[in-house]
Write a protein that binds this ligand. Sequence first.
Ligand code: 5AD
Ligand code: SF4
Length: 470
Amino acid sequence: MKQDKTLPPEEIERQYDYMRRVREWNREGLKACVLTFGCQQNEADSEKLAGMAEKMGYTLTETPADADLIVVNTCAVREHAELKALSVTGQFKHLKEKKKSLLIALCGCMVSQEHRKDGIRKSYPYVDLVFGTSRLYAFPELLFDCLLTRRRSFCLDAGDEGNIPEGLPSARKSKSRAWLSIMYGCNNFCTYCVVPYVRGRERSRRREAILSEAKELLETGCREITLLGQNVNSYGKDLYDGYDFADLLREIASLEGDFLVRFMTSHPKDASEKLIDTIAENAKIAKAFHLPLQSGSNAILAAMNRRYTRERYLSLVEYMRKKMPDIALSTDIIVGFPGESEDDFEKTLSLVREVKFDNIYSFLYSKRKGTPAASSPDQIDEKVKGERFQRLLAVQDEIARQKSASLAGRIETILVEGRSKTDDTRLTGRTESNRLVHFIGEDGLIDRKVRVRIDRGEPHALYGTLLDKP
Ligand code: 5AD
Ligand code: SF4
């Protein structure tokens, strides 16, 4: 059934009222620290949590030890992400012992799993506030309740179909690059994935709301907008008749200004020729496509419930390259899915060799409670998974090395992000095709577009020389 899931504006107004009440209740000078695990969607959510914290009078800090309120926005996609969030939360116990007034909140995908509820309650007694993904907007109300009653508050939403909160404040980390969520949730139920269980069903934001947010971003100096959703290719299926993701992309790209639009993530079963044509025809849409493959074996793709074949994937790539020979392609691959034979894995390697991706995000299969694949009797031995993972990395490293080396001498326009994390004499930015470039330059160039000549390429980064500021 087509249905707009936008929350009534009064509900958001109520939360603004709670933001004001928290600000009045708290003494001045308090600080909040928001820590984020996981994907870009979580980063976008954290910017909203930080935005609400600011409106509640908190100043933002990146140092948990300085904070009066710590919010841990968790991820559940792989076990490793959960363990990391739990171990970081564990370290806050001693902070709370030193500062009794410290409030600790846990939210996001991990806590949205029903089976986590009791564990967190019992093992983390110093956590004050726990709320799931579909209650993010109610953070001010829940926090106020906690402050007032000094009681722990658990607001979980396992099984909740979800909603769309419009108009929440956002403390964006970058002035020049912004995340823009266009939809939430996922309907695909890939058999390894926990996302549909923790983020609910697919629901699209109204296009008017998206376009007005995009315009506002551009008016305030944003140069790059990344449209976010678990499967952006199915945008609008729950809302408008016929208005789809390609239409939305085209409409955003037609807004005034010098900017680029990116998007993630796509699902190969829904990526259409119309979408590819739209990218090819619009200069403001980045020529970069992240298209998760997961496996090159049809038997494994079927077991994953991906609903496309290796052949369909290859024909999409062929069409993209026919239309845009220079397009940068990246993908996600899971190694060691239950039942993956040596032959299945070889099929993944052969597809990787054939496509020559610009970048691969590879993951060891991780059992997720409640997903069909977790109870498969054909789990792959950890050692075998590890070996296959290394083989995939070696194949991709060689491809990336050759690709990067071939870029030497090119002139690229890049949007400067900040100082390089590994070498603070250099600035770092990304090309339109999403390649990281390091070069020597001054802080004044951060958030601006510059031209750089590529001097040399290493597998995962390019090094260049600043030419000028266009
Ligand atoms: N184990 C390993 N990787 C996973 N992903 C999703 N679920 C799992 C899992 N259970 C990967 C997929 C997806 C990316 C975001 O995370 O490759 O595209
Ligand atoms: Fe998970 Fe599949 Fe949905 Fe992506 S499309 S979020 S992998 S269920």
